[in-house]
Design a protein around this ligand. Structure first.
Ligand SMILES: Cc1cc2nc3c(=O)[nH]c(=O)nc-3n(C[C@H](O)[C@H](O)[C@H](O)COP(=O)(O)O)c2cc1C
Length: 199
């Protein structure tokens, strides 16, 4: 028996959003750590990020980053990007084409920062930004920070480096691997058009 979403656009969309929403709170979800790709000219790169929000009403997903990361500069030059998800058990691949908004020191970052635990704020406390060259192997952190020996108050210093990248979804592509025949569909959200594709 095939699942309800095998050949039904609205069931597929329901399934995708269920997987995205679940990934935000479920640490075991394989959709929790998608690859985020962006580029400008010959500078194209992908990296794993943690999915922090999936907003079905507004077709937005978001993740957090350090304002000093190379990808921020790239996104300022070209806000078009892509995200890639794969769940091995579900045999579902999802590709998103997105347009990004970099939030920094605004209401959105304030809200997310308040929810970011004291311990998780550590990554925003590095002296030099991610990707900076170092003369020696390093975490980028002072020893007391490495040892989690800092107060919540001290962790506030990381806020100036904290960004929330909102990704407005332009299109969703879904691929489902099935013994009875793979299925592939594209949802063009900008033109409100759904299509089947040859897998
Ligand atoms: C499991 C995992 C989760 C990660 N989560 C994030 C994240 O949410 N945001 C982020 O900017 N980098 C995250 N990273 C680090 C990035 O993959 C990347 O190494 C870092 O952002 C620096 O590269 P960039 O400046 O080119 O993006 C994560 C890495 C791993 C392995």
């Amino acid at each position: 028996m095939q699942p309800a979403y095998y050949e039904d656009f609205s069931e597929i969309k329901k399934k995708i959003w269920h997987m995205l929403e679940d990934a935000v709170s479920n640490r075991n979800s394989q959709f929790r750590i998608p690859t985020f790709m962006c580029g400008y000219g010959s500078e194209i790169n992908g990296r794993i990020v943690v999915l922090r929000k999936a907003d079905k009403e507004n077709d937005v997903v978001q993740f957090h980053s350090d304002i000093r990361s190379d990808k921020i500069d790239i996104l300022k030059k070209n806000s078009n990007a892509a995200m890639l998800f794969y769940d091995k058990e579900e045999k579902i691949q999802v590709r998103l084409k997105v347009k990004c908004i970099v939030n920094h020191e605004n209401e959105i970052t304030k809200k997310s920062w308040e929810k970011t635990q004291h311990i998780s704020r550590k990554c925003y406390l590095v002296d030099n930004g991610p990707g900076s060259i170092s003369d020696e192997p390093t975490s980028g952190l002072k020893p007391e920070l490495d040892n989690f020996d800092y107060t919540k108050e001290e962790s506030e210093k990381g806020y100036k480096n904290f960004t929330v990248i909102q990704c407005k979804i332009k299109s969703i592509e879904w691929l489902y691997l099935a013994a009875k025949g793979h299925r592939r569909a594209r949802f063009d959200l900008e033109n409100n058009k759904d299509n089947w594709l040859v897998p």
